[in-house]
Design a protein around this ligand. Sequence first.
Ligand SMILES: Nc1nc2c(ncn2[C@@H]2O[C@H](COP(=O)(O)OP(=O)(O)OP(=O)(O)O)[C@@H](O)[C@H]2O)c(=O)[nH]1
Ligand SMILES: [Mg+2]
Length: 399
Amino acid sequence: MSGFEHESIMTEEEKKELTEILANQDISSATNTIKEYLKQKERVELNIGVTGESGSGKSKFVNAFRGLGDEDEDSAKTGPVETTMEPKVYPHPKYTNVKVWDLPGIGTPNFKADEYLQLVEFERYDFFIIVASDRFREYHTKLAKEIIRTGKQFYFIRSKIDVAIDGEKDKENFDQKKILDTIRENCVNGLNEIDGVDDPVVFLISSRDLSKYDFNRMHERIEKELPQHKRHVLIMTLPNITLEINEKKKEALKKGILKVALLSACVAAVPVAGLSIAVDLSIITFEIRKYLYAFGLDEKSLKNLCEQSGQTMETLENLITSVWYKGLLTGSLLPKLRDTTLLMSEDAVERVFSIVPIIGSLVAGGLSFLTVKFMLNKALNDIAEDARKVLMAAFKNLE
Ligand SMILES: Nc1nc2c(ncn2[C@@H]2O[C@H](COP(=O)(O)OP(=O)(O)OP(=O)(O)O)[C@@H](O)[C@H]2O)c(=O)[nH]1
Ligand SMILES: [Mg+2]
């Protein structure tokens, strides 16, 4: 590596910090934090990975893109044999937050796109520019597919257009537009065959003369899409962060389950008819309410979230599929809990049934230690999953 300390969209520390902040916030202030974070991130740097086969003109393009000639100070080395062997970063002189990375060439017979992307540390780039100086080939497909698989985007550049035009100039029926159309079509057709590429973007470029062909169009497009790229990248990382937070919350809440289940077992030992089951049900209801609050699945939090994200209450509530939220809201959770079919429908409880004489204990006393534990665990998992879906829907609206 060049020794350059790169900053990707989110460093591990930043991610950790954001996770901590979000973990300690309720659902709506978490959304606010994300919004702020998005705003901040729009101002930070963007890393573009320029890739393509060896000799296709990547380095020359990196220079041209930055408005530099090949001989200028700070320009990337180019030439017939000057192979770029490792990723090297070149900041854009005008847009200092834009960093262009000159990557090693692809296209050896056994080219493995996944290994290549690992090698160049693909996470670092916000998007890729694939440079091709000849016709569209299999390794372009492989690379494009792999880039899509990693969740990144790319632009496709057909370079050395001046050479292609020059090569045809002597022909009698020379028609520049026709040649350009054919080249474009070849690239677009190749890209169209790849799943996940709906509207391929191909730019025809001569790094020798940027004023010709598609260079300006490409520049405008990338410039226009810069903030979206940042946002997109961040939004892509949110599901993971949210999952992490949910796991943390779950772990914290899980610690209480054992205590509650033990408490319930102790009550069951008190020989007062009906006491145990009543206590169990109120304990369980209390705990479930606590979980819903912790994950922001209560009416107040959800209303706030609607205001923040512009989602409707109906949309969010429809995403909450487990019985716990609606049960508490309508007061129908208690009857549901009493209804043993709710318990019996679960495989795990069925397995427990075979070991513990639960029916007997339900009639005579409270629920068993294992059942309380199981129910609370299930409620916790369901609620965490519902919360994840709700948050994702709210985040999606921010994009
Ligand atoms: N005429 C013309 N020549 C170009 C163009 N782009 C690149 N070249 C030439 O093609 C050769 C290879 O260009 P480089 O930019 O070094 O290629 P590269 O993709 O970086 O190659 P590696 O680092 O070896 O993978 C050089 O001699 C460039 O001057 C172009 O658009 N037009
Ligand atoms: Mg090079």
